[in-house]
Design a protein around this ligand. Structure first.
Ligand SMILES: Nc1ncnc2c1ncn2[C@@H]1O[C@H](COP(=O)(O)OP(=O)(O)OP(=O)(O)O)[C@@H](O)[C@H]1O
Ligand SMILES: [Mg+2]
Length: 285
C-alpha cells in the first residue's frame, strides 16, 4: 500500500506536470512577442516584488519580451506627507504641482533603480529607463491636474534595442515636454508604451484580485461593460485610470489586457500560461 504522504507528493508532481504541459502552446504563441507588465507601487512596500520579477525573468528566458513599467503610489504619498504636502486626486489621477514633481523626481527613479538592482540579484538583466530622459514625450492633460502628462511619443527605438539584446527595460513613468518634467499615471503610461511597441499583451499587477463588483470578482469584461462600471461608480479611485488604460490598450494593438493580483505567488505566470487564468481580463467584446 502506498503511504499517504508519498501519494500526496505524487499527486502534486502530476499536477505540476499538467501545468507545465498546459503552458507549452502558450509559450509557442507568445515567443518573441512583447508583454508590458505594469507593477503597482505597493508591490514594493508589501515586498511581493521579487516573485513578480522572477516571473518576468522566466518569461525573458523563454524568449518572450517583458517590458516593466512601475508605479509608486504609496511611496510618493509618504514622501509628500513628510514634506507636508497634501496629495489630491481627480478621477484617480494625482494633481501634480511643481512641489509634487520634485517628490516624483526623487521617489520614482529610486523605485526604478531598486527594481533593476533586484532583477540583477535574481539572475536577470535589466536596464532602467527614466521616462523624462528622452523616453516618454507628453502633452499636458488639463490645467487643473498641473504637470500631468499624456504620452504623445515613445522612444521605441531605445526600448527595442534593449529587447533585442535580451535586456528587460524598466520604465519609470515620468515624461518630458518643453524642458519640464511631467507626472504620468503609471497605468496610462503602460498602455501608451504597449501600443507604441505593438505589444501582444498588457498585464497590470496590483493589490486586488481584479475588477470587483461589490464583493464579486469580474473575470472578464468587454469595453462597454467596463465603461458602465466606471459610470455607475463601481470602479473608483486608482481603478479608473487602470480600467481606462486597459480599454485604450485593447482598442489599439493589444489583444487582451489583464488585471492581476500581484500579491498572489506566480499570478503572472498563471494568467499567461493557463487556460483559465486569474484576475480580470478586458477584451474588445
Ligand atoms: N471596482 C473595483 N475593483 C477593484 N478595485 C477597485 C475598484 N474600485 C476601486 N478600486 C481600488 O483601486 C485600487 C487599485 O489602484 P491603485 O492605483 O491604488 O493601485 P496600483 O495602480 O496598483 O498602484 P500605483 O498607483 O502605485 O501604480 C484598489 O486597491 C482598490 O482600492
Ligand atoms: Mg494606480
Amino acid at each position: 500500500m502506498v503511504h499517504v504522504a508519498t501519494q500526496m507528493r505524487m499527486d502534486l508532481l502530476v499536477y505540476k506536470s499538467h501545468i507545465l504541459a498546459e503552458a507549452v502552446p502558450y509559450i509557442r504563441k507568445y515567443r518573441s512577442k512583447i508583454m508590458v507588465i505594469k507593477i503597482g507601487g505597493e508591490a514594493f512596500t508589501e515586498g511581493y516584488i521579487a516573485k513578480i520579477l522572477q516571473d518576468a525573468i522566466l518569461l525573458n528566458e523563454l524568449g518572450i519580451h517583458p517590458v516593466i513599467v512601475h508605479g509608486g503610489g504609496k511611496e510618493i504619498t509618504k514622501e509628500m506627507e513628510r514634506r507636508k504636502l497634501v496629495p489630491r486626486f481627480i478621477k484617480g489621477l494625482r494633481v501634480s504641482d511643481a512641489a509634487t514633481i520634485k517628490v516624483l523626481k526623487k521617489v520614482m527613479p529610486r523605485t526604478g533603480a531598486e527594481i533593476t538592482k533586484l532583477v540583477g540579484l535574481l539572475g536577470g538583466v535589466s536596464k532602467q529607463m527614466p521616462g523624462h530622459k528622452g523616453i516618454l514625450e507628453v502633452q499636458k492633460v488639463s490645467e487643473e491636474l498641473g504637470y500631468v502628462g499624456q504620452v504623445t511619443w515613445v522612444n521605441t527605438k531605445s526600448v527595442l534595442r534593449l529587447l533585442k539584446k535580451g535586456i528587460i527595460p524598466v520604465i519609470t513613468p515620468l515624461g518630458f515636454k518643453d524642458g519640464y518634467v511631467y507626472n504620468i499615471n503609471a497605468d496610462t503610461a503602460a498602455s501608451s508604451i504597449a501600443i507604441a511597441l505593438k505589444a501582444e499583451k498588457i498585464t497590470f499587477m496590483t493589490n486586488v484580485d481584479g475588477v470587483k463588483n461589490g464583493m464579486e470578482l469580474v473575470p472578464s469584461l468587454a469595453i462597454k461593460e467596463a465603461r458602465k462600471l466606471i459610470r455607475k461608480k463601481i470602479i473608483t479611485g486608482g481603478m479608473i485610470p487602470k480600467t481606462e488604460a486597459c480599454i485604450f490598450a485593447v482598442k489599439n494593438s493589444c489583444k487582451k489586457a489583464h488585471l492581476v493580483n500581484g500579491t498572489i505567488e506566480h499570478a503572472l505566470l498563471l494568467e499567461i500560461f493557463t487556460d483559465k487564468g486569474v484576475g480580470t481580463q478586458i477584451t474588445k467584446g
